[in-house]
Design a binder for this molecule. Structure first.
Ligand code: ADP
Ligand code: MG
Length: 251
């Protein structure tokens, strides 16, 4: 469904993504992990069209989409939550969602463009309910808590009904309790929508608890891929990223 082949992207002398090939099976929940600067965000930027690869293929539904514009890729069904929250700071949560949906539909190239407001509101409400944002429907997004802003980021991607959803550090900047709440929501979202979900995450407890498969990037290269159990036991991953269990500070 979604796979990349020999993907490469450099910035000057830095090779951020170095000959990466991997594939995401439909309906799976996968994590991308690796040290800071490993190329994780660049990887998402390439898939979502924010960056153009130097070489390699990004194949979605059998077509090479590498180099297409971000809106074109969203229209194909690949959504992405950004790390910056509140794209429309003065709009309420509900209006942000209906705005995103109307903008998206306005770009559709179908001859007959019909997007009744009632239907748009319905979809916005459905997504707010899914993420537990319903109580914030009338709150301007700049007044949301950090956690609710991150939920709004996800909601903005979700309202367009993506088949693949990319989440770049959904729990960044959150305390332990809020972090698990967020992950619980993400997990339930994945279960109910049956989408292909790929998330970048630093908290290994979260990764090993919910991911079905894990990809490890290191200096732009795919260091390892496998089940959480296999990744946890992989000597190369332990050396490059996880650290030896004996060296971990006592919990
Ligand atoms: N737009 C950019 N311009 C120049 N260098 C970049 C840019 N984006 C990322 N990089 C570099 O590419 C490498 C990978 O960065 P990034 O993908 O953000 O890593 P990660 O998300 O794993 O922390 C880093 O060395 C980073 O400095
Ligand atoms: Mg990053």
């Amino acid at each position: 469904m979604l796979k990349v082949e020999h993907l490469r992207k450099s910035f000057g002398g830095v090779t951020a993504i170095d000959d990466v090939s991997l594939d995401f099976r439909p309906g799976t929940l996968s994590a991308v992990i690796g040290p800071n600067g490993a190329g994780k965000t660049t990887f998402f930027n390439l898939i979502s069209g924010a960056l153009r690869p130097d070489s390699g293929r990004i194949v979605f539904d059998g077509e090479d989409i590498a180099g297409e514009s971000p809106p074109a890729i969203v229209r194909r069904g690949i959504g992405r939550a950004f790390q910056v929250a509140s794209i429309f700071p003065s709009l309420t949560v509900e209006d942000s969602l209906t705005g995103a949906l109307l903008a998206h539909r306005g770009q559709e190239t179908t001859v007959r463009r019909r997007f009744p407001l009632a239907e748009t509101r319905l979809r916005a409400r459905e997504v707010m309910a899914m993420l537990g944002l319903d109580a914030r429907a009338d709150t301007p997004s700049r007044n949301l808590s950090h956690g609710d802003q991150k939920l709004l980021d996800i909601a903005l991607a979700l309202v367009l009904q993506p088949r693949v959803l990319l989440l770049d550090e959904p729990t960044a900047g959150m305390g332990p309790e809020e972090r698990w709440q967020m992950i619980d929501r993400v997990y339930r979202l994945w279960e109910s929508e049956k989408m292909t979900l790929v998330f970048i995450e630093h908290d290994m407890d979260i990764v090993f608890k919910i991911a079905q498969s894990v990809r490890v990037l290191c200096y732009g290269r795919l260091l390892a891929e496998g089940t959480p159990a296999a990744i946890r036991a992989d000597p190369a991953v332990i050396e490059a990223y996880l650290g030896a269990p004996a060296q971990e500070p006592a919990a």
